[in-house]
Design a protein around this ligand. Structure first.
Ligand code: ZN
Length: 216
């Protein structure tokens, strides 16, 4: 199997796993990954994460031209915004995951720190998560908002819509977005309770020990 066909299989396998666990539904969500030649593989528009076909993924060359496969997701500008601003990005995943969307509607959420500091892995895998405002689906302003962060965040939350996470490879991006949804779930589960989140000192200790990218 070539590296590219292995990557195609991996994208579809991980998307299917996210779908099977209810992390995105219907034909929502999109996923992309860098190929060895500097191009991209992208989930096609209107497809379900449960049924992506490795042979039909949209294939871009290093110059950003569509050279093979089906028409890509209409959220392409969102993916490009991460690749263009974060040289470390090897994959980008976007989901419509329930608890993250619910949390984005809560009035107390700080747009600069969408997730409260609840668990070490949430911090380690995501750093600080930026809550972006609501945009109409497909609005190019979404990509512009990500570019506005100048590559300083690997994860953003689109209000009333869903999270978008970049990672060094497809597995890292999927693991990180799962962490985002899980932390949002914990936040919703414990909302209004006198919960003990991690202290500022504990957060700092985690950031230092694990060299977390922490945009101040
Ligand atoms: Zn979406």
């Amino acid at each position: 199997m070539t590296n590219e066909s292995a990557l195609r299989e991996q994208i579809c396998l991980l998307a299917r796993s996210l779908f099977d666990r209810g992390l995105t539904h219907g034909s929502t969500g999109n996923i992309s990954a860098r190929t060895e030649d500097g191009g991209l593989l992208v989930s096609p528009t209107g497809t379900s994460f449960g049924r992506l076909d490795p042979a039909r993924l949209s294939r871009f060359d290093a110059e950003g031209r569509l050279i093979d496969g089906d028409k890509p997701t209409k959220e392409m500008p969102l993916h490009s915004a991460f690749y263009d601003t974060r040289s470390s990005a090897g994959a980008v995943v976007h989901l419509h995951s329930c608890h993250a969307v619910a949390l984005s509607m809560m009035p107390e959420v700080d747009p600069d720190d969408f997730l409260p500091p609840l668990t070490p892995y949430g911090l380690m895998k995501l750093g600080r998560v930026k809550l972006l405002p609501f945009f109409l689906p497909g609005d190019p302003a979404m990509g512009a908002a990500v570019r506005g962060l100048a590559g300083k965040r690997s994860a953003v939350m689109l209000a009333n819509h869903g999270p978008v996470v970049a990672g060094k490879d497809i597995e890292a991006a999927c693991n990180a977005i799962e962490e985002l949804e899980d932390t949002a779930r914990l936040a919703m589960m414990t909302r209004g309770m006198p919960r003990r989140a991690l202290s500022a000192e504990q957060v700092q200790a985690i950031v230092t020990k694990f060299d977390v990218e922490w945009d101040a």
